[in-house]
Design a protein around this ligand. Structure first.
Ligand code: VAH
Length: 317
């Protein structure tokens, strides 16, 4: 059985749906939102504060968990606004997860990110193993997660697995990241025909569509340990700039307009991150391959959001 922390966030909801579809009722969803808004999604939901190791252990034992997926984290932009909280959630949370995993022999998945790289990292085709000097607390905390996980793996034999994700594009609300514009742009395109982007038109970043992100987690977690030459791998989909994604949207919505109002904080963060990732290590070791490119992502995002908007009352959109 699987326990997902941060399960009501952008990645948690998607992975719960995938596991439910594949294996039935095997997931215990946890988060710090006390009353889940979407009851259909959350029949197995439990409140869990990742800062409480005792509560985490209790949830693991009571639900007979063997795999812990730790999605709780403060993302890059919001982390800069509350550094002490980012350290608590992102560092103390990981320490608790790894201790519980050690004690109960769990397989653990913790996502890392392109944010774990910084301005001194080669920015194009960034490899798995390179300079990591991030300039955000988010990046610093994710390096800590990578290294602590690798340490628990080599020292205590914890089956720790970690993927460095690019920006994830999904038809769900994102939460406080620098890559969030690449989701909001679709909602704005359908609702207002216009998006005001906080990044410069030429800011290239690596991204990946939701379905590819979910399959990377499922595939990586089922890979036999003898295939893994490392415990932290890059995975990616494709790279684009705000200008390029706007052009793709205009192919479907010709009247769509993009304007720019640069946010200096998020621009500086984006400028310190890779423009593209080399994920050939994941491809070689466990057969990873992304399926979605920019055009497919734009098509599916517009279709999904249009469908969801049609279901909701106007004030809920
Ligand atoms: C953020 N989406 O923008 C996250 C991410 C690729 C970066 O980890 O903070």
């Amino acid at each position: 059985r699987v326990l997902i922390t941060g399960s009501l966030g952008q990645l948690g909801r998607g992975l719960n749906t995938v596991y439910k579809y594949m294996y039935g009722d095997v997931v215990t969803m946890t988060d710090i939102v006390k009353v889940p808004t979407d009851a259909a999604d959350v029949s197995s939901y439990q409140y869990l504060d990742v800062l409480s190791q005792g509560a985490m252990e209790e949830a693991v034992v009571n639900n007979r968990i063997d795999t812990l997926i730790h999605f709780s984290a403060l993302l890059s932009a919001v982390g800069e606004q509350n550094v002490p909280l980012a350290i608590q959630v992102n560092c103390r949370g990981v320490e608790n997860v790894l201790e519980v995993a050690k004690k109960h022999r769990l397989r653990v998945f913790i996502p890392s990110t392109i944010g774990a790289f910084g301005p001194s990292t080669p920015r194009d085709s960034t490899p798995d193993c390179t300079v990591q000097e991030p300039t955000t607390i988010y990046g610093v905390s994710k390096i800590y997660a990578e290294r602590l996980g690798e340490y628990y793996h080599s020292k205590f034999g914890v089956d720790f697995r970690c993927l460095r994700f690019p920006g994830i594009i999904s038809a769900t609300k994102p939460g406080g990241g620098t890559t969030d514009y690449a989701i909001k742009i679709f909602y704005d395109a359908l609702q207002y025909g216009k998006h005001v982007c906080y990044l410069r038109p030429d800011t290239k970043l690596p991204m990946m569509y939701d379905t590819d992100c979910m399959s990377s987690v499922v595939q990586f977690l089922t890979a036999p340990p003898n295939l893994l030459h490392r415990r932290t791998y890059n995975v990616t989909g494709f790279s684009f700039t705000p200008e390029e994604i706007a052009t793709s949207i205009q192919k479907i919505l010709p009247n769509f307009k993009i304007e720019y109002n640069i946010c200096p904080i998020r621009q500086a963060i984006a400028d310190s991150w890779p423009r593209s990732l080399d994920d050939s290590g994941a491809a070689r070791d466990w057969g990873w391959k992304a399926e979605y490119g920019l055009e497919e992502t734009v098509q599916v995002m517009l279709a999904l959001i249009e469908r969801d908007m049609a279901k909701l009352a106007p004030e809920e959109v």
